[in-house]
Design a protein around this ligand. Structure first.
Ligand code: EPS
Length: 365
């Protein structure tokens, strides 16, 4: 299973082309649209989300509501599609693809920013939400939430079970698992907006129900953590990815880092299940292979580079100093990005599940 996206922020829409999706699956379009709606939400979003009402159209690959095994084309239409009349820009925004993209491709900034825009993530969410329908069949759930915004850190959430995580997150306008902190966070975002600035944050994804054996130790490019990191790092504005204890593992001794093993004898007949751990510092992946524990991954999102109070830049037409251009944008897109990371991770897990179970043979241990 593989996918690519196409489309510009103010073009006719965003497309995802999904190939090798299994045939015969009844597609729940409402579930995909619910994820697209969640991606548009979260406190701190800009005016664009009031214009758009993202839903998916299946152009190919689905017959009478069921996948056919043929390539599936997903289309999320843009209501704001003024790309051909939108003014060009000559003052690149520090932190955006504007400067490097324009120089590399030898074209103006406008088409660069149109494709680099995080609106492209509507296509990734549509593809990921489709992949979640495969995960659901296997009892696998991916839950993403906002862990912190700027320097505002939320309380410890380690003990929340999947149902509690979901219920709490679905009550929070910031997609955190502490809805009781929403008012404080909204005040923080309002203050940042008033000062013409933007803010980033940390996102956490937990995937429950992943079997032992996704990914491989045998080749660098087959390692599950490596694949997840590439997929997540490629999301707009993500500057860091960690699995399990991540960066903190560097300051932890081996005896405290690694997760001691036990065996639950109820699983005696099945050689691939029943291995239990008291801790999950590995984040569910050891040697590039899922180990049966929940997969835990965090992503660090930088603040959106489009600033109401623009930074110093250079006018590409004159080479003279000029403030960077300001175009309508978000102040805080961390909640929206948590939906993107969740669906991107879901895609990777579903792909691995469909393609890489060849080493799991009950009784072969
Ligand atoms: C986005 C749509 C965009 C931006 C944002 C994400 O809409 P517009 O440019 O028309 O306001 O709000 O894009 C960026 C943050 C960016 O840097 O390009 C969306 O639908 O997610």
């Amino acid at each position: 299973m593989q996918y690519k996206t196409a489309g510009e922020s103010h073009g006719r829409g965003i497309l995802a082309l999904v190939e090798y999706f299994p045939a015969g699956l009844t597609i729940n379009v409402d579930d995909i649209n619910a994820e697209l709606k969640r991606r548009q939400g979260g406190y701190g979003r800009g005016a664009r989300q009031k214009i758009e009402a993202d839903t998916v159209d299946f152009l190919t690959g689905v017959w009478r509501g069921t996948s056919t095994g043929a390539p599936i084309s997903l289309w999320v239409k843009n209501r704001d599609h003024r790309i051909d009349t939108a003014p060009d820009i000559t003052q690149p925004r520090p932190g955006h693809a504007d400067l490097a993209g324009s120089i590399k491709y030898g074209i103006p900034i406008r088409p660069i920013l149109e494709r680099a825009s995080a609106r492209e993530t509507a296509g990734r969410v549509a593809a990921g939400a489709l992949a979640k329908q495969v995960l659901k069949q296997h009892g696998i759930t991916a839950i993403g939430f906002v862990k912190s915004i700027g320097s505002f850190t939320l309380p410890d959430d380690d003990d929340f079970q999947p149902e509690e995580l979901l219920e709490r997150r679905n009550r929070s306008e910031l997609y955190t698992v502490f809805p009781e902190k929403d008012a404080e966070l909204k005040k923080l975002i309002d203050g940042i907006a008033a000062s013409g600035d933007s803010v980033g944050g940390i996102i956490e994804i937990r995937v429950f129900g992943v079997p032992i054996g996704l990914g491989s130790h045998t080749q660098w490019c087959d390692k599950l953590d490596g694949k997840l990191a590439q997929a997540v790092m490629s999301i707009q504005a993500i500057k860091g990815v960690e699995v399990g204890l991540g960066f903190a593992s560097a300051q932890t001794l081996g005896s405290a880092m690694h997760d001691p093993m036990g065996f639950d004898s109820a699983f005696e007949a099945d050689h691939t299940q029943g291995f239990v751990r008291r801790t999950n510092n590995a984040g569910g992946i050891e040697g590039g292979i899922s180990n049966g524990q929940p997969i835990v991954l965090r992503a660090a999102m930088k603040p959106i580079p489009t600033l109401l109070k623009p930074l110093e830049s250079v006018d590409l037409a004159t080479k003279l100093p000029s403030p960077a251009v300001y175009e309508r944008s978000d102040v805080c897109a961390v909640p929206a990005a948590s939906v993107v990371v969740e669906n991107v991770v879901a895609w990777e897990i579903a792909r691995e599940l469909l393609e890489d179970r060849k080493h799991i043979e009950p009784g072969s241990l």
